[in-house]
Design a protein around this ligand. Structure first.
Ligand SMILES: [Zn+2]
Length: 330
């Protein structure tokens, strides 16, 4: 447990055997209600550390509400075991409705298969997915947070900023007086937020870039992210993230310049910051994330008119349409 500012604390919750390593749980205390922003996965290693930190802070869970920046299991997983009867769970509307509607695993699996993901690996990819394994224990009642809505915890005024991209309903919280952004997985440092798409209609990367531009308008002294280090130079990091995705797009265009490919084949040729030597060595769960990320960039490039897809033998195959160069990500 670490004090960031008066009545604002961080508990670093471990994620064993997960490349993310840890999730940051942000705790705001007040005489009236407490607030916990993101929690960790629904697994023992997470709950032990989080509970110990909350005890150290003397946080009374009977007087505690939650904000979940997005629906992924490393942020939402533990909430259902912590929340008390009178506690509120705030979440962005689209992510909350997605949880209420139930899992979209079958739809994603169908689309992944169409994208060339091998049939025999699909089941393993889903059953090993942290969202499938470590999600919340039961259905919860969510209170929707909409763009611009504000609420108060002690000295802190928190404003919801909708930032679709990493997930459809991802939100950040902005404290305008102290100029702090709780960024969830919208802005991270050392690692880049995973941007995935599982349909041709869902331009998640396009939304993500728009959301980066939106947040860039805010005055930020401190960004408190969902994973890893606190960020001081928010603008610099936002520019790096935009450059990263532009480079990724150009890498994919160069891959397609060598011949038409499905999303799985594109993913297998992309460079990944991972310790495995070859694509075949990747654990199936990492192949899943990589393929989703490749699809997000392919859908984005198709929207920019640089590539197209058509169906060949039941698979979606992408090919170059214009020049193999994206000059600007905006
Ligand atoms: Zn996360």
């Amino acid at each position: 447990m670490e004090e960031i500012l008066p009545q604002l604390y961080r508990i670093v919750v471990p994620l064993p055997k997960n490349p993310l390593k840890e999730v940051n749980s942000w705790v705001l205390t007040s005489d009236d209600r407490n607030l916990i922003i993101d929690t960790g996965m629904n697994r023992k290693a997470c709950s032990e550390v989080l509970m110990a930190g909350l005890e150290e802070l003397k946080v009374d869970l009977e007087k505690t509400d939650f904000v979940v920046t997005h629906l992924h299991a490393d942020h939402l997983g533990l909430v259902s075991t912590l929340v008390k009867e009178n506690g509120k769970i705030y979440m962005g509307k689209l992510d909350a409705s997605a949880m209420e509607a139930g899992s979209g695993w079958n739809r994603m699996a169908d689309f992944a298969h169409q994208g060339g993901f091998p049939e025999d690996e699909l089941q393993a990819a889903i059953s090993n997915h942290p969202g499938y394994k470590y999600g919340p224990e039961q259905l919860m009642n969510f209170t929707y947070l909409l763009d611009g809505e504000t609420f108060q915890i002690g000295d802190y005024t928190l404003q919801c900023v909708e930032t679709p991209g990493h997930s459809r309903g991802h939100i950040c919280l902005y404290e305008p007086n102290k100029k702090i952004l709780f960024s969830g997985d919208h802005i991270l440092i050392d690692i880049t937020p995973n941007i995935q798409a599982w349909s041709h209609e869902d331009d998640t990367l396009g939304h993500y870039i728009q959301s980066l531009n939106k947040v860039n308008e805010l005055e930020m002294n401190l960004v408190l992210p969902g994973h890893r280090r606190i960020i001081e130079d928010a603008r610099g990091r936002i520019q790096e993230l935009k450059d990263h995705h532009q480079n990724r797009c150009n890498e994919i265009l160069a891959i397609l310049a060598t011949g038409d490919k499905n999303a799985y084949q594109v993913a297998s040729k992309m460079s990944w910051d991972i310790t495995y030597k070859t694509w075949d060595d990747f654990p199936v769960s990492q192949k899943w994330f990589a393929t989703g990320e490749a699809i997000a960039h392919l859908v984005f490039l198709e929207g920019k008119g640089l590539i197209k897809h058509d169906s060949r033998d039941g698979l979606d195959v992408f090919s170059l349409k214009g020049k193999a160069r994206l000059d600007s990500i905006d």
